[in-house]
Design a protein around this ligand. Sequence first.
Ligand SMILES: *[C@@H]1O[C@H](CO)[C@@H](O)[C@H](O)[C@H]1NC(C)=O
Ligand SMILES: *[C@@H]1O[C@H](CO)[C@@H](O)[C@H](O)[C@H]1NC(C)=O
Ligand SMILES: *[C@@H]1O[C@H](CO)[C@@H](O)[C@H](O)[C@H]1NC(C)=O
Ligand SMILES: *[C@@H]1O[C@H](CO)[C@@H](O)[C@H](O)[C@H]1NC(C)=O
Ligand SMILES: *[C@@H]1O[C@H](CO)[C@@H](O)[C@H](O)[C@H]1NC(C)=O
Ligand SMILES: *[C@@H]1O[C@H](CO)[C@@H](O)[C@H](O)[C@H]1NC(C)=O
Ligand SMILES: *[C@@H]1O[C@H](CO)[C@@H](O)[C@H](O)[C@H]1NC(C)=O
Ligand SMILES: *[C@@H]1O[C@H](CO)[C@@H](O)[C@H](O)[C@H]1NC(C)=O
Ligand SMILES: *[C@@H]1O[C@H](CO)[C@@H](O)[C@H](O)[C@H]1NC(C)=O
Ligand SMILES: *[C@@H]1O[C@H](CO)[C@@H](O)[C@H](O)[C@H]1NC(C)=O
Ligand SMILES: *[C@@H]1O[C@H](CO)[C@@H](O)[C@H](O)[C@H]1NC(C)=O
Ligand SMILES: *[C@@H]1O[C@H](CO)[C@@H](O)[C@H](O)[C@H]1NC(C)=O
Length: 503
Amino acid sequence: MKRIWAIVLALAATARSQGIITRQSAVLFQNNGNWTAHAETPSSILFFDHVTLSEAKAICADNDETLLDAAHLSWFKLPLQYQAYLGRISDDADFWTAASTASGDETRPFICTNSAPLVDKVDTPFYLFPNANVTSNGTVYQGVRDHMAYRFLGIPFILQPVGDLRLTYPVQWYTNETDSVLNATTYGPTCPANGGYFDGNSYGLNPWGNSEACILMNIFTPFLPGTENPSPQTLKPVLFWLHGGGGTATDATYDGASLASRSDVVVVSVNWRGGNFGTLSFNDGYVDGNYGIADIVAGLQWVQDHIRAFGGNPHNVTVFGQSAGGESVVNMVRCPKAAGLFSGAIVQSGALGPAFTQAEVANVTVPAVADVCGDSIGAARLACLRSLSVDEFMNNISWSIGEAYANADSGAIIDGIWIANQSVAAARNGQLNRVNYMAGSMPEEGQSLLGTTISPNATDFNATLYSIVGNDIPAAWPPLVESSGLWNNGSNPINACKFPFYP
Ligand SMILES: *[C@@H]1O[C@H](CO)[C@@H](O)[C@H](O)[C@H]1NC(C)=O
Ligand SMILES: *[C@@H]1O[C@H](CO)[C@@H](O)[C@H](O)[C@H]1NC(C)=O
Ligand SMILES: *[C@@H]1O[C@H](CO)[C@@H](O)[C@H](O)[C@H]1NC(C)=O
Ligand SMILES: *[C@@H]1O[C@H](CO)[C@@H](O)[C@H](O)[C@H]1NC(C)=O
Ligand SMILES: *[C@@H]1O[C@H](CO)[C@@H](O)[C@H](O)[C@H]1NC(C)=O
Ligand SMILES: *[C@@H]1O[C@H](CO)[C@@H](O)[C@H](O)[C@H]1NC(C)=O
Ligand SMILES: *[C@@H]1O[C@H](CO)[C@@H](O)[C@H](O)[C@H]1NC(C)=O
Ligand SMILES: *[C@@H]1O[C@H](CO)[C@@H](O)[C@H](O)[C@H]1NC(C)=O
Ligand SMILES: *[C@@H]1O[C@H](CO)[C@@H](O)[C@H](O)[C@H]1NC(C)=O
Ligand SMILES: *[C@@H]1O[C@H](CO)[C@@H](O)[C@H](O)[C@H]1NC(C)=O
Ligand SMILES: *[C@@H]1O[C@H](CO)[C@@H](O)[C@H](O)[C@H]1NC(C)=O
Ligand SMILES: *[C@@H]1O[C@H](CO)[C@@H](O)[C@H](O)[C@H]1NC(C)=O
């Protein structure tokens, strides 16, 4: 089956027509949340425009598909009922199918096959999948369709912060030629960053490696409106994902297609600068920090400007994230520059520690960088930092700076511009963005790391904890954890965090 697919894809790639924008359409897929069943669950594409039978056939062909077999309509009963519930089709709509015969100039909506296979791993050559296009502000975003949703990968939503743009706040990106086409069919690299558990790409989490040119966005959507200015009632809520990883890691190990399909939402994931690239500050007017936080805000601004064309509602954006991503969600809630860019926040395991002030951070960063850039200051120090290779920039100054951020993976600095204040003070002072807010912790948070990367063979909780975290732990804490029974000190350390009620 997979082999046949490869051949079909290869043929389809050479046979594409000149169509530009994918018409208003929704992927019909009855997503019951059971991954095991997804591959065998049928998929098709509903096109909402009323067209003649011959036009319908041509549009399916433009999309490398054919009209649906009429006998297969019954497979899509529930997804079609859902579209009727949304008011997008009538309850008794007639569709063109493969069995239809033309009757004059009658027009109908229609359903094409969706032959794109299920994907259960991100390391997939998505550029071979059927093509789907969106236009926004003069740029054609050329993405793909999979079994559950459309996906647009690796969108450079700001100018990449390399060369003279290293250690600058984000600069808006847009293509500057009419009809420019952006190839959004492949994931991009993850950001190089250290100071957390994922030292670069050494755990192989991102098959595409690291690059400083990593400030990219992925969009997963079950619906395309076929126009830049769709009617607001057609648009879906947006879920804006911030990855975890102690200020490092990658977006690409997250695949938003099933969430988009199951919840009928547009899922957006972004990378932002981490480690020194995102957090360095001297509080000197040249290098003032919070670059990674500014990248996230730029992503939210991009969503305001462009997400309509991808079927998302810019007035219904919820930021969500886990671990350091959860902390970054909290940062958005206390970020004056993010005001008005989102209306909801979901914090998953965002145990944000206290942030430092500019002066506190500069106290640590200035001597750390002096090891590399001597006693230069201001513009000369910035020029020195921009002249360093990525490896030098990470490895020659990171760890001493890392200590300044030891309690704050997200690297936030209280500057009154990007970060209003400590969270509690900001709440007290009325400085938080007033959004719907939900917070909790992931079950088994961190467990996968305990079993593999941190302490593969640990059996002594106390000794392991001290070896990982250092001597800062109050002596009373480890015995409390041990007596709780949550630490499995037997032969299966991977269960270290397993709660009794998750068998
Ligand atoms: C998408 O746009 C590209 C570039 O203009 C074009 O070659 C391709 O045929 C379009 N795809 C569809 C499905 O319209
Ligand atoms: C999930 O789908 C698989 C394959 O169809 C099925 O065997 C399994 O029972 C389903 N699980 C649940 C919880 O429905
Ligand atoms: C749209 O493109 C124009 C240039 O063609 C640019 O000036 C403008 O900033 C862009 N707007 C957005 C929101 O990208
Ligand atoms: C268009 O954009 C590219 C890349 O962002 C830039 O190098 C080039 O100078 C721009 N051209 C014009 C005419 O603005
Ligand atoms: C998009 O980029 C990928 C990866 O570089 C490449 O394989 C593919 O051919 C490109 N697609 C188009 C339409 O240019
Ligand atoms: C966002 O959309 C959801 C689902 O339609 C709706 O329940 C919610 O009220 C909307 N939120 C806002 C702020 O419009
Ligand atoms: C900076 O370091 C000096 C010397 O250790 C200390 O006296 C001062 O309080 C520190 N300032 C801040 C803001 O932490
Ligand atoms: C500086 O970084 C380079 C590149 O990673 C490394 O080879 C070198 O050992 C580092 N020097 C110091 C003093 O850490
Ligand atoms: C943070 O809150 C404290 C306590 O309310 C206040 O003294 C301080 O001025 C605030 N800082 C900023 C940057 O608003
Ligand atoms: C953990 O134990 C396994 C099996 O005894 C062994 O192969 C592995 O090298 C150990 N790993 C470490 C980091 O000690
Ligand atoms: C835990 O380990 C630390 C560091 O080795 C040690 O000082 C402490 O006494 C130990 N506590 C218990 C309860 O074993
Ligand atoms: C294992 O943990 C239990 C508490 O859950 C404790 O009573 C026991 O002494 C521990 N065993 C070892 C070898 O640490």
